[in-house]
Design a protein. Structure first.
Length: 244
């Protein structure tokens, strides 16, 4: 099975080279490393290219969701069987990649989520305000998407070929992670979580304000509910008109 590790990033010149090189060392499990540069103004593209990654550049900053969609597009167009997404700031440890692939194969999962809450974070403590915010978003994601997950906001994930082909990302910003999970049921995708630990004491991480991030994701979920209610009402009217 052909596997691609894809990294959506913006202004990560300081860390992206190290992340790419670590992924290249995992060539037993990863066939290609992709960096989707979302309009960086630093040397992210040059460093990623020098480290040996394939690079897709947006030219201008379009948002995290747009970068994730580019990861999906590249994986689909190049016939990869597994897409693994992870951050470019060094918070995600590439050594977990074999665990993602094993979990996908043994459980026949279409989406494998790396959860920070299945076991104690050994590398550095998760800030308490993040825990509160993520629990709120987990609850809303569960209510809307009818999917129970301990870490709906994790960007460290693996997707099967089926998921690559069926998932459609329309949210251009950080709400894309939640948007993907709201599609799981409708796309008949199976989800599995595995434990991971991450670094939180790395300088320069989380460039997006966490409060804006949280409210942005919540807005995405609420908008999804609104659109689906409209669709439900529309279908109900069609049934009444047709006498069903």
């Amino acid at each position: 099975m052909r596997t691609i590790a894809a990294i959506p990033c913006h202004n990560e010149a300081l860390a992206i080279g190290s992340v790419v090189l670590k992924l290249k060392l995992a060539r037993k499990y990863v066939d290609e490393v992709l960096v989707v540069d979302d309009g960086s103004t630093d040397d992210t593209v040059e460093v990623a290219t020098a480290a040996g990654a394939a690079v897709v550049s947006h030219g201008v900053n379009m948002g995290y969701g747009a970068a994730i969609q580019s990861c999906f597009n590249y994986a689909k167009e190049n016939n990869f069987d597994i897409l693994i997404t992870l951050d470019g700031d060094g918070q995600h440890d590439p050594s977990y990649i074999p665990d993602f692939i094993t979990a996908m194969k043994t459980s026949e999962a279409d989406v494998v989520i790396g959860s920070r809450f299945l076991e104690k974070n050994k590398l550095s403590p998760i800030p308490k305000y993040r825990i509160v915010g993520m629990n709120v978003l987990n609850l809303f994601t569960r209510l809307v998407g009818n999917i129970k997950t301990t870490d709906s906001q994790s960007g460290y994930r693996a997707y099967s070929r089926k998921a690559i082909e069926k998932i459609r990302i329309t949210n251009p910003d950080m709400g894309a992670g939640s948007e993907i999970l709201t599609q799981v049921k409708d796309c008949n995708l199976k989800v599995k979580e595995i434990p991971i630990t991450v670094w939180y004491d790395i300088g320069g991480t989380s460039s997006k304000n966490p409060w804006r991030h949280g409210f942005g994701n919540l807005g995405t979920i609420i908008a999804w509910v609104s659109e689906n209610e409209k669709l439900y009402l529309y279908k109900s009217k069609i049934k009444i008109i047709n006498g069903v």
